[in-house]
Design a protein around this ligand. Structure first.
Ligand code: ADP
Ligand code: ADP
Length: 224
């Protein structure tokens, strides 16, 4: 399922406080692409990610997944779409501190009233090197392990697309490198579409397609 981003603009505030966070951003993301979006702080990366993934609405423009215009529907339809089609990975991991790794991983299924499949949990735990950590609480895990739990949680409902917002921003370079290597490996193995936002050029360079955003202007970086 390709994602078509058509001339997305986002304006915050009005009058003197008016900010054009995104100006006519356009891109086509093909099924199975691994792409990165790099830009400095305040350039519009999070705004773009939120609009492509349906967490926020554009001021103008459309985002289509296959033939579905995701911003055309109601908030309820959009959140159902997100739950089924999209996995999210955040800089802060966003694990629930009172739940074990296993419970965090299956949470998206419970929220969608689906029955957790233990074989699937085990498969993801194995891919992510978490097999002997499933019964630990987040605070008993290293940062790298917590982010790997978050990756398993992003994958558990078998979404087509994974969005990662500064996934290594809270990790030292060694565990950040390990997390990215696993994420890349899984992206290839499972054939997912992966969109990574980063301000780290080493991470951006791992992607098959690289985009840059400056002051709300998005462009694709062509190989030199
Ligand atoms: P980045 O993720 O690259 O740091 P953002 O997308 O968060 O950039 O922000 C882009 C611009 O939009 C910035 O100038 C920021 O201050 C502004 N902005 C972001 N969110 C809001 C908001 N909710 N209200 C007003 N301005 C915002
Ligand atoms: P990673 O490669 O995932 O970043 P580390 O090398 O940082 O892992 O950690 C090694 C081991 O130390 C881990 O298996 C983890 O169980 C434990 N550990 C690391 N940080 C913490 C922490 N803050 N609290 C409890 N245990 C930790």
């Amino acid at each position: 399922m390709d994602i078509q981003v058509n001339q997305i603009s986002k304006i915050y505030g009005s009058g003197e406080n008016r900010v054009t966070a995104l100006n006519q951003a356009a891109m086509t993301i093909r099924a199975g692409d691994f792409l990165s979006i790099m830009g400095p702080s305040g350039s519009g990366k999070s705004t773009l990610l939120h609009i492509i993934s349906g967490l926020d609405r554009p001021t103008s423009g459309t985002v289509t997944y296959g033939s579905t215009d995701i911003h055309h529907g109601t908030d309820r339809e959009l959140s159902a779409f997100r739950r089924q089609k999209i996995g999210f990975i955040f800089q802060q991991f966003n694990l629930l501190p009172v739940l074990t790794a296993r419970e965090n991983i299956i949470m998206p299924l419970l929220l969608d009233r689906q029955k957790p499949d233990e074989a699937r949990v085990q498969q993801l735990a194995k891919l992510l090197g978490l097999t002997d950590r499933l019964d630990h609480l987040p605070h008993e895990l290293s940062g790298g392990q917590q982010q790997r739990v978050a990756i398993a949680r992003a994958l558990i409902a078998n979404p087509d697309v994974i969005f990662a917002d500064e996934p290594t921003g809270n990790l030292d370079s060694r565990s950040g490198g390990e997390v990215m290597a696993m994420l890349c490996g899984i992206q290839k193995k499972l054939g997912k579409t992966l969109v990574v936002i980063t301000h780290d050029s080493r991470i951006a360079d791992m992607a098959g397609r690289r985009f840059s955003i400056v002051d709300g202007e998005l462009s694709e970086v062509t190989a030199s």
